[in-house]
Write a protein that binds this ligand. Sequence first.
Ligand code: 3HC
Ligand code: NAI
Length: 648
Amino acid sequence: MSVVTITRDAEIAVVTVNNPPVNALSQSLRQGLWDAAEALDADPEVRAVVLICDGRTFIAGADVAEFGKPPVPPHLPDLVGRIEAAEKPWVAAIHGSALGGGFEIALGCRFRLAQPDASVGLPEVTLGIIPGASGTVRTPRLVGMQAAVDLVTTGKPVRAAAAQSLGLIDAVVTGDLRDEAIAFARAALRRPLPQPVSQRPVDAPDAAFWAAAEAKVAKAARGAAAPLRALASLRNAAEKPFEEAMAFERQCFLDLRGTPEAAALRAVFFAERAAPRPAHLKDLTVLPLRQVGVVGGGTMGAGIAAALRDAGLPVVLIERDAAAVARGLANLRAIFEGAVTRGRLSEAQAAERMAGVIASTDYAALADADLVIEAVFEEISVKRAVFDALGRVCRPDAILATNTSYLDPQLIAEGVPYPGRFIGLHFFSPANVMKLLEIVPLPGTAPATLATSFHLARLLKKVPVEAGICEGFIGNRILKRYRAAAEALVRQGVAIAEIDAAMRGYGFAMGPFEAQDLGGLDIAYLQREGARAAGQEVPETLGDVLVRAGRKGQKTAGGWYDYAANDRKPRPSPAVTALLGPLVAAPREMPREAVAEHLVQEMAAEGRALLQEGIARSPSDIDLVEIHGYGFPRRRGGPMFATAAARR
Ligand code: 3HC
Ligand code: NAI
């Protein structure tokens, strides 16, 4: 079937795009639209054109899969220009998402209509590129420069109502989209037409505007190239004639498309899309998830319960006594109240989230749960007691999951009846925010349990990665290696603050030592002490020295750094220098790039070990873990991508 079909409703032509899955602008679609514009201009009976899409969305953008290949005509900027220059006005009828090149096509149309749940945007910077078909040149002509800067440099899509108030779209329509668009086109023909967007005047902000915008964009970009190039292109659009600005934009787009940064972001884009639906689970049955139990309402339990409620799932929260039930509910309420304060939820939505939670000390409340996630203290005896109780009250087909970070799930599962339903679901803190979910099947886990865990991840909009069993699974094992390698550099005389600065320079929000100060050094310390008590050989770390001296991080006013009261700024610590002095070599200069490269290589080496051991299934899974669980800079593609790219 053709990707573009033309039908008629009297004098209105309807051009329908059908290029599954997301109507991306492949060469055949570009050609199809070009031919439609030619044919309709030549048809004297046609007076206006509605552009509408079949399937789940309007045109979702350029075909990202074509980015590695030479561009083939008709080029997208020409197509947008062709539609704009059509003798009959085109009306874009948007459902789903009009993103990137899809929105640029809509910018070429004389009018844009959208359904209330549709969104529009220019997400190119998230792919390491800038809009390549007039997004930076037409958008400011449509909505002014400030709105264009926000839209293009953040890449964040805007929902229909907000898009209408900005002027990105002309109307939000609730009825049948095709009928509404035809009626709109017909009505529009009775009024003078607005100017094509390219012919509208553009704001000319002063130098102070650009200086402020540049400072803001540079800060948010944290070293990424595309947002600043997008800003330069927007400025060009304000200061140069249309054609010149278009040529500049196209050149920036083509330059960026071939950069390692864009290649990395594309790889992450496709990995994220593949992750929720692994090929090896394709044909497996998924069990229904109608009600979910959470045992433990502490940091993780409350976060997990919040994530479940955000996805609309009813939750039963179990705690050990009445006071703990009250604390668990208070933790949950605090999460939703925080969302209200930040404008993410209305009061009514927060109340509705809470209303969907039953909290109890009585495990019998879990009799109907389809899945129960345990998030109690990290202690084998406590966890075993919980699963003992779950084994007695839950349905035999209810999935039972542990959120343990370091314990062996096989030991936790011992004695659980119907062990095929047992699995590890390792959420990250805060569990309602962090996208990563490590899914840890046991040797006896049933395929349906595993498949349903991925289904859960899809419901929660998480990025799921399957991990095998080892201490720390994928992420915490790499973290351990990373921290050990960073400590080794300190022992060799590299300054703590230099190592943190190197990793920030690489793109992390924080370096390894500042991050430990924020999270607390004591958790890993206690874990090492536990292993030592159990007779394991665990060498003394520099972190152990600090914790023994009472330096547990920001919460004790000092860890790797000192902190002034009510100030999170890390200050190099003479006390730490004195404490570690006997263990550290003479100060040594190491270029920051070399520090970062070394530490990323160490992460990748651990990643390769995980692959060899069968703990991780693919390099891209490891990259997703690092990006979504540990703040690895997305634009580097993850440690496996970054080090493989360096070898290419
Ligand atoms: N190119 C190629 N393939 C794409 C694609 C694109 N732009 N967008 C999505 N896909 C593919 C996905 O890889 C996935 O493939 P799979 O089924 O084989 O795994 C499939 O389409 C479905 O994607 P999702 O799972 O993401 O579907 P959803 O329904 O959850 O989301 C969406 C739909 C909101 C449109 C989302 O896919 C999305 O955000 N896509 C990216 C949009 C984008 O970034 N567009 C800008 C591209 S750059 C550009 O246009 C440059 C221009 O200025 C010149
Ligand atoms: P927490 O101490 O904040 O919460 C534990 C909760 O479990 C407490 O509210 C406690 O009252 C409750 N509890 C204890 N015994 C119980 C029982 N028998 N029945 C019902 N409730 C009981 O601990 P946190 O941080 O939430 O950790 C929970 C689990 O999640 C641990 O296994 C931990 O390793 C894991 N985890 C923690 C992460 C974190 O960053 N805090 C990240 C990922 C996993």
